[in-house]
Design a protein around this ligand. Structure first.
Ligand code: SF4
Length: 179
């Protein structure tokens, strides 16, 4: 089962993305990526049409982490918002890629968590959802996920609840089809 609007998430569709994760993310050789890659750098395997030149053989080439990465639909959302001004990657766009992708990925997780908390329906879950609503609203104004200390502490207290709610959402994801 895929993620739908009813889950608060966005569908992950690599065909609608400019390969943001292939630019934004940092990698180390030990973590399923055979080279050092700094964040905000274009991977050497990303073609000018934003497709990966080795996606069909990622495991054989030593890049298994790329297939498993889930942006929670943030990549297509960011790409869609910026589509009018984006063409091939240019240095200013590269410099902002990590901030765009990771910020919206956090927002996607937040949206799914809020919907799932309300669906769970316990008093703690409903209170947590109410505390997180303004965080999601603030993101739309500031572009940043900022959780105040009181809410962060509340989240730590209820970490088992949050983990239990997020686990089935994670199981709904599938390996991406590739940039
Ligand atoms: S999917 Fe391909 S282009 Fe993207 S980071 Fe991995 S190897 Fe590079």
């Amino acid at each position: 089962m895929g993620r739908g609007a009813e889950d608060g998430g966005w569908p992950t569709d690599c065909a609608q993305c400019f390969g943001l994760c292939c630019v934004a993310l940092a990698h180390q050789p030990a973590a399923g990526f055979p080279a050092v890659k700094a964040s905000d750098t274009v991977c050497c395997h990303l073609n000018d049409d934003f497709r990966c030149s080795v996606f069909e053989r990622l495991e054989a080439e030593g890049f298994p982490i790329c297939r498993a990465y889930d942006c929670y639909g943030a990549g297509p959302v960011v790409s869609d918002r910026l589509r009018a001004e984006w063409g091939p990657w240019t240095p200013p766009m590269v410099a902002g890629a990590a901030g765009h992708l990771l910020g919206f990925r956090e927002l996607a997780r937040l949206r799914m968590l809020i919907v799932a908390l309300r669906r769970e329906g316990s008093p703690e879950a409903v209170e947590l959802a109410a505390r997180l609503d303004p965080v999601a609203d603030a993101f739309r104004r500031t572009g940043r996920v900022e959780i105040d200390a009181e809410t962060a502490q509340f989240m730590r207290w209820h970490e088992p609840l949050i983990s239990a709610i997020l686990a089935p959402l994670k199981e709904q994801t599938k390996p991406r089809e590739g940039p």
